[in-house]
Design a protein around this ligand. Structure first.
Ligand code: PMV
Length: 315
């Protein structure tokens, strides 16, 4: 049984989204996680994830291991069909193969994509009828184990694989671009843990709530105007909104010299706007482009030190 999940990128509203403000995110289908679950003649549940150099039997991993915790959530479900012996002392076991082209700790949702592809592949293998909403809430529980206080935006955009206008604890809203637009994603190549930048913002917010609440309110306005511009077919307005959002993220201390350099390089190459995306400090930035300029913006990012670029269209 196979399942695949895309990466994601946040267009507007990261960090503020943790404090109940709206954020916009889109799937990035150029990168993905693929999971295959197969019957195996040998006993046990064997996990093969070459990207993290993991070849192990489930029981040899700690129960809070990122991959083991997903499998354990699905396998002991009371919905599980009568014991087939799979992995639990019967005839044979399972082989779970996980491959990924999503860079880890880069703001592209690799953790949530692994959880979601794994939940879907395992539940189909076990003939469990699991809805998107159930996949999403299971993936959110896993995110909470590993990422502190996540807003849930990563698991939501990846589960539904559609552009989402996300507000924490509110019903999911998807949106459509009336006119397609192009985003260039540039990777600093610096791994950064979202948990840390989210924790730092929380400490700063605790010290100066007035300042941070007002930054979050400004970001909320940007996200609202951005959604309207996208839905009304005015994506050219997004550039200025990205620049404003980036300045506010700088004020929140989550940018870095490398991110700022890539943002500036994109603007210098003609992108009408650019910003960091995701937790910040490292990971990825995005720039608005169009089909004509995307390649040259991507080249400028590589010359400015990006380790990789992805050109994606929001349609
Ligand atoms: O997973 P990342 O790095 O794209 O960051 C998620 C966005 C944050 O707003 C920083 C955190 C969250 O949980 O929403």
């Amino acid at each position: 049984m196979k399942s695949s999940a895309p990466g994601k990128i946040i267009l507007f509203g990261e960090h503020a989204v943790v404090y109940g403000r709206p954020a916009l995110a889109v799937p990035v289908t150029q990168v993905h996680v693929d999971v295959e679950v197969l019957d195996s003649p040998r006993k046990g549940i064997w996990i093969h994830a070459p990207i993290i150099d993991l070849h192990a039997e489930l029981n040899s991993l700690p129960p809070d291991h990122a991959i083991a915790s997903v499998i354990l959530k699905i396998l002991p479900s009371p919905l599980r069909p009568s014991p087939s012996g799979r992995g639990d002392g019967g005839e044979g076991g399972l082989d779970i193969h996980i491959t990924s082209t999503i860079p880890v700790a880069a703001g592209l949702g690799s953790g949530a994509a692994v959880s979601i592809a794994l939940i879907r592949a395992l539940s189909s293998f076990l003939f469990l009828d699991i809805s998107d909403d159930q996949v999403n809430s299971l993936a959110y529980e896993i995110e909470k184990i590993h990422h502190g206080t996540p807003s849930g935006i990563d698991n939501t955009v990846i589960t539904y694989a559609k552009p989402v206008y996300f507000i924490k604890d509110k019903p999911i809203e998807t949106f459509r671009a009336a006119k397609p637009f192009t985003i260039v994603i540039g990777d600093t190549g610096i791994p950064a843990l979202t948990k840390e930048s989210v924790g730092d913002v929380r400490r700063l917010w605790t010290k100066d709530k007035l300042k941070f609440e007002s930054i979050f309110d400004e970001i909320a306005q940007i996200a609202i105007v951005a959604r309207r511009s996208i839905e009304r077919g005015n994506p050219q307005l997004l550039g200025e909104l990205m620049n404003q959002n980036h300045s506010l993220l700088q004020e929140m201390t989550v940018s870095s010299p490398e991110l700022d350099k890539l943002v500036q390089a994109a603007r210098d190459a003609g992108a009408p706007g650019a910003k960091l995306s995701g937790g910040g400090r490292g990971g990825n930035m995005i720039a608005l482009a169009d089909q004509a300029t995307a390649e040259s913006v991507a080249r400028a990012l590589m010359s400015a030190g990006a380790k990789n670029t992805i050109i994606t269209e929001v349609a």
